[in-house]
Design a protein around this ligand. Structure first.
Ligand code: PRT
Ligand code: ZN
Length: 297
């Protein structure tokens, strides 16, 4: 009995099915994060489905808007979508991991000549959007009664052609808004790519998912960190070590020249420039910064 249970739990035929965007802003990064996690896909041409020869996973290529429904219906076990799509269509499923790419925000915008004095502006006004659920949640929360006009594309032209008084849409650099004579007035939510899934995965698939997440976290940690080597004057070692504490603590080795040490550590990409300036101020020299391929945290 025990042997049979173990067999079913780790059934070698069992595969985790992940849905990713077929073609669009998320596609390339979704495939590359899998690749960096050691998952090579047999079907490079992105048909509907491809299988990995190196990991028990199948990849389903879909329109991003359809992915939450496929996950909910158990056609896929997990999926990669923008958090905006999850917030709009992800009822009954959950965010399993944040991936940090395709960052953007969902914002309200109005024509630039309008004098905007807060969300109450939208009372009794018309707003065009492809995200009616998120917008309604926001307006209800603020007690604003506006008319939501759902359209599926080119939302930014709606005010210019007299279809709406404002829009609610994805903003990244902001240049689309500027190009259409609009000003961003409220950021309603921030978004990044996320892995979504159900809470009821059976044990075998859960264990594949845990392995996948371990690999993806190692890839993300490596992307977000750099390996740093530098020469430090011994009388400033304490200060230098305090600003690059590393994973456990930095490696410190004496240089052939007395009074100097070589320090090796890991630093976060986001703090990179600030830390480099501080290190230079403490007299660090010969600073080398090297990309990390994988980081097991
Ligand atoms: O065909 P399919 O339905 O699969 O794709 P899609 O056309 O619906 O989505 P796609 O590929 O455009 O975007 C996929 C996801 O990428 C979105 O759901 C977001 O999570 C994320 N993302 C990140 C963006 C942007 N940045 C973005 N800039 N999605 C869309 N845009 C568009 C936005 O709609 C607007 O038209 O870019 C314009 C704004 O960009 P800026 O830089 O001018 O502000
Ligand atoms: Zn879409």
């Amino acid at each position: 009995m025990q042997i049979l249970q173990t067999f079913f739990r780790f059934n070698i035929m069992e595969k985790l099915r992940i849905a990713i965007q077929k073609s669009g802003r998320l596609s390339e990064k979704s495939v590359s994060i899998l690749k960096e996690a050691g998952i090579s896909l047999t079907n490079g041409e992105r048909k509907l489905l491809s299988v990995s020869g190196s990991f028990p996973i199948e990849v389903l290529y879909l329109r991003d808007d359809d992915i939450p429904q496929y996950v909910r219906d158990k056609v896929a076990d997990i999926g990669i979508v923008g958090e905006n799509v999850f917030a709009e269509k992800g009822n009954d499923i959950e965010i399993i991991e944040r991936l940090g790419f395709s960052r953007c925000r969902l914002s309200l915008a109005v024509p630039k000549q309008v004098t905007y004095n807060g969300p109450a502006f939208f009372n009794n006004r018309k707003i065009a959007t492809s995200y009616p659920v998120i917008l309604k949640r926001y307006l209800d929360d603020k007690g604003i009664k506006a008319e939501i006009h759902e359209i599926s594309g080119s939302v930014e032209i709606a005010p210019g052609i007299g279809l709406a008084d404002g829009i609610f849409d994805i903003v990244s650099s902001g240049s689309t808004l500027i190009g259409n004579g609009l000003q961003e007035v409220e950021v309603v939510m921030k978004s990044e790519a996320v892995i979504i899934g159900r809470s009821d995965l059976q044990d075998g698939k859960k264990s594949i998912l845990n392995d996948l997440l371990f690999r993806i976290r190692s890839v993300l940690a490596a992307t977000n960190n750099k390996y740093i080597l530098l020469n430090a004057p011994n009388d400033k070692l304490d200060q230098i070590i305090s600003i690059i504490p590393g994973m456990k603590s930095p490696t410190v080795m004496p240089l052939a020249e007395s009074g100097w040490s070589s320090v090796h550590s890991v630093l976060s990409e986001s703090q990179f420039w600030q830390i480099i300036n501080e290190l230079r101020a403490y007299g660090a020299q010969g600073i080398l910064v090297i990309p990390i391929e994988k980081m097991i945290v």
